[in-house]
Design a protein. Structure first.
Lengths: 242, 242
DNA sequence: ACTGATATGTGCGCTACCGTACATACGCTT
DNA sequence: AAGCGTATGTACGGTAGCGCACATATCAGT
């Protein structure tokens, strides 16, 4: 049983008017996105933009001493490589595949050309960028004020929203990297959630058993981000026939 | 001796081509920006965009329990109200005047019309927005990993870069609000910097005595942000004849 | 079944920061 | 010069998260 792939699995692509989609579609290239792949490195030139369908990608800042933190997460609702059309060509962040799967990519020049038509594609991408900005800002605040446990809940829910099903493949070590905390801190927080029956995990597989329970325990940051995505990109809401 | 005001004191306005500037200039309105004024509130409709000249404005997220954190700072290098042209009309952040002074404002609709010409104005604003994104992301990382003292240094330097002279008016209480830490934490860090002769302060006035000393002590976050602003907005560099 | 690699669990001392309470110092007003 | 409001200094116990060390558990391959 092979899984069917279509660009419509990405909500941004799916939200494009027919004419724009028809123009872009021939140039979309399906790519496998294995765990750990860096779609781009800090400061590197962007060759493509990526539209994840079944994968999740983290935007990470890595510091000189190796410490890192995730500033945003991008899945089937978004696009990677916004620096391309924002005019900067590159950015100081890294984009790393956090949950493997597939996505479509588009050559940098084609993306720029489409954007420069200053039509629906541009408007959609800018709205998405604003939603991404909100996510980054809320992450900054969450980093400052909230406990590891709350942040773990936020991270789980944000990831879950971007994947089908209620399972995700991710070791605690990797989650710790994303959150910028110790692995042991994640173990402790995850253990607590498991003891309370909200999640179940073993060796890199996390199953969410009680999503409302997680939502009851997460900080407000999750809801702020979700609400803002829904507000800015309402068209992405009902397109879930994958 | 009255101070002369001109829109060219704002680097974005100054960087506009003559034709664009001529079109916008008649609609610019000089406004005083007193300490504590909220240019816009979380979720509120934006009536104007603001171009600070001698003031500094903080983008703040305030949470349900009152805790807050600054996610970016905007001065004479930038603009407030990017949500307007990004398509969202509003944003979940607050913009609060942190250092009083002046700025110019432009009616929301005029700003949108200019942006929608999809010319130099748009390109400049998008580049600025990308620089702002970098600042927000780096703030998130800094919040996660760096000590209050390092963050204070970063904050002082970023503010100083946006003001003439080497002095700023700001109580430790307010700085604590920006950084999202206790006032006592700021007192301690500032006291240490003062004992080492890097700064001098009393009752809301901070004088930077040894800027290289601060730069030697700040975390990398400051330089990353500054470098990215310089890279994305090089034209703003030499326009310092106020 | 054995081995090695990887993932998770646990304990311990340490530090930065928090919350709180209160003391001191400065500047403005009268 | 006195008085008041605001800004800053200091102290103290409490705690979340860190760095480290090491124990245990699970999976993959031979």
């Amino acid at each position: 049983m092979s899984i069917q792939h279509t660009p419509h699995q990405n909500h941004l692509l799916d939200a494009l008017p027919a004419a724009e989609f028809a123009r872009i579609q021939p140039h979309l290239e399906l790519v496998k996105m294995p765990l750990g792949l860096a779609l781009y490195e800090s400061g590197g030139q962007l060759q493509h933009v990526y539209f994840p369908t079944t994968s999740i990608v983290s935007l990470l800042y890595v510091m000189a001493d190796g410490a890192s933190a995730e500033i945003a997460v991008v899945g089937n609702e978004g696009i990677l490589g916004i620096a391309l059309f924002m005019g900067g060509e590159t950015t100081p962040s890294r984009a790393v595949v956090q949950s493997e799967g597939y996505g479509y990519r588009l050559k940098a020049q084609l993306m720029k050309d489409e954007f420069n038509r200053a039509g629906p594609v541009m408007r959609l991408l800018l709205r998405y960028t604003q939603a991404l900005i909100t996510q980054m800002a809320q992450t900054a605040v969450c980093n400052r004020h909230h406990s590891v446990e709350k942040q773990l809940c936020r991270w789980l829910l944000l990831s879950l929203d971007r994947l089908p099903g209620n399972e995700l493949s991710m070791t605690q070590e990797l989650i710790a990297n994303m959150l910028g905390v110790r692995r042991e801190g994640v173990t402790e927080a995850a253990g607590k959630l498991q003891r309370e029956g909200l999640i179940e995990y073993s060796r890199g597989h996390i199953l969410v058993l009680n999503r409302p329970g997680l939502e009851a325990r997460v900080c407000e940051c999750y809801q702020v981000v979700k609400t803002e995505f829904d507000r800015l990109l309402p068209s992405l809401h009902n397109s879930v026939i994958d």
